[in-house]
Design a protein around this ligand. Structure first.
Ligand SMILES: Cc1cc2nc3c(=O)[nH]c(=O)nc-3n(C[C@H](O)[C@H](O)[C@H](O)COP(=O)(O)OP(=O)(O)OC[C@H]3O[C@@H](n4cnc5c(N)ncnc54)[C@H](O)[C@@H]3O)c2cc1C
Length: 329
């Protein structure tokens, strides 16, 4: 690439978000360039994602955006303007159940938003929950505790109130592939991608953004620079010297996802669905090969491990074991 190229928008990052931005902008005729330090698309936090597609949020805008996106995942090939020959990520529409707990105010806001937006949902009582997923225990174990707490694993009450089930939810089988699918779709619209290149400076002229400088000194001009650098977004904000003006700041948080086999004799992959359980501080979903993925809902009792996204310890910690034990409750 020659020096001093011009683009309508430079997008820092080629994860699922950066590539979706490229696709949408290039559909509008904008000349875009995604720059990523990795060698391929979706190799950042996108590849570590549980890729759960949910339509429940507490704000109207959040739910509306998620429900609109659900339709894109559902008909991914049409959205991408792709064909049967393309290898595409698959959306597994198994549904998502959220337990009604004190911690989430029994989902009052979530139910209200779903009603306002006509998002399909069902209210399940504990009996119905057990009918739908016979391996679950609907007793109360919260508030969430650490695994070393003496009362860990003891129930603290009878049945939880119930749950809300959203059938129009699930997960994507390969989040990295979904980012690559978006790259393919954006490229067909003329979007450009530059890999193995790091942005090291945001150029500003007369108080406005004017482009970026790469690690090799190359300058790329653009009046729009989109920061979709995932866990590095904090660093890009600092680079642009805009962090102090922001009300919502980003920080990289280390999280661990456990990959465990389904309870024996149960077809979790076929019969399970996404579950959000704030009573035990875990979310989970079925995984290919009859496994279960378990993530943390960051309960208050757990220490939050904010890290420098360039220097962090990638080994598993106690969090992994704790999450599996919590899920086993
Ligand atoms: C364990 C885990 C589980 C998750 N589960 C879910 C889930 O179930 N559902 C859900 O919706 N979300 C989930 N998420 C969140 C989701 O993965 C992210 O929100 C999403 O992948 C972010 O995509 P992105 O494109 O913004 O960032 P990324 O995929 O991180 O891409 C950012 C890219 O920017 C590049 N970059 C950074 N700095 C620079 C620079 N200076 N120069 C050049 N390139 C740079 C990086 O190399 C990277 O490829 C999960 C995340 C994790 C970590």
């Amino acid at each position: 690439m020659s020096n001093e190229q011009n683009f309508d928008a430079v997008i820092i990052g080629a994860g699922v978000i950066g590539n979706a931005v490229a696709f949408e902008l290039s559909k509008q005729g904008m000349k875009t360039l995604n720059i990523d330090r990795n060698h391929v698309s979706g190799y950042g936090s996108t590849s570590a994602s549980c890729a759960i597609i949910r339509v429940h949020y507490s704000t109207f805008d959040g739910c509306a955006l998620a429900y609109e996106s659900y339709h894109f995942w559902k008909d991914w090939m049409t959205y991408l303007e792709a064909s049967e020959q393309d290898e595409l990520a698959k959306f597994i529409e198994c549904g998502c159940m959220i337990y009604q707990t004190e911690q989430n105010n029994y989902l009052d806001k979530v139910i209200k938003r779903a009603e306002e937006l006509n998002i399909p949902h069902e209210i399940w009582n504990p009996r119905k929950i057990k009918e739908k997923l016979r391996i679950v225990d609907t007793n109360k174990y919260g508030p969430v505790k650490s695994a070393t707490d003496k009362s860990f694993g003891s129930k603290t009450g009878d049945d939880l109130r119930g749950s809300v089930f959203f059938p129009t939810a699930g997960y994507v089988n390969d989040p990295q592939l979904s980012a690559q699918n978006l790259q393919m779709a954006a490229s067909k619209k003329g979007a450009k991608f530059l890999f193995k290149s790091s942005v090291k400076e945001i150029v500003q002229e007369k108080g406005k953004v004017a482009g970026v400088v790469l690690e090799n000194g190359e300058k790329i001009n653009s009046k729009i620079v989109v920061n979709v650098a995932g866990p590095h977004s904090m660093k890009v904000n600092q680079m642009a010297d805009v962090e102090s003006d922001m009300n919502i700041k980003t920080k990289a948080l280390k999280v661990e996802v456990c990959h465990v086999p389904s309870p024996s004799g149960f077809n979790y992959e076929g019969e399970g669905f996404v579950i959000s359980d704030s009573d035990i501080g875990c979310y989970s979903r079925p995984e290919i090969g009859n496994n279960v993925l378990i993530g943390s809902e960051d309960p208050e009792c757990d220490e939050r491990l904010f890290v420098d996204p360039d220097i962090w310890d990638e080994s598993f910690s106690e969090q992994w074991r704790t999450q599996v034990l919590r899920q086993a409750q």
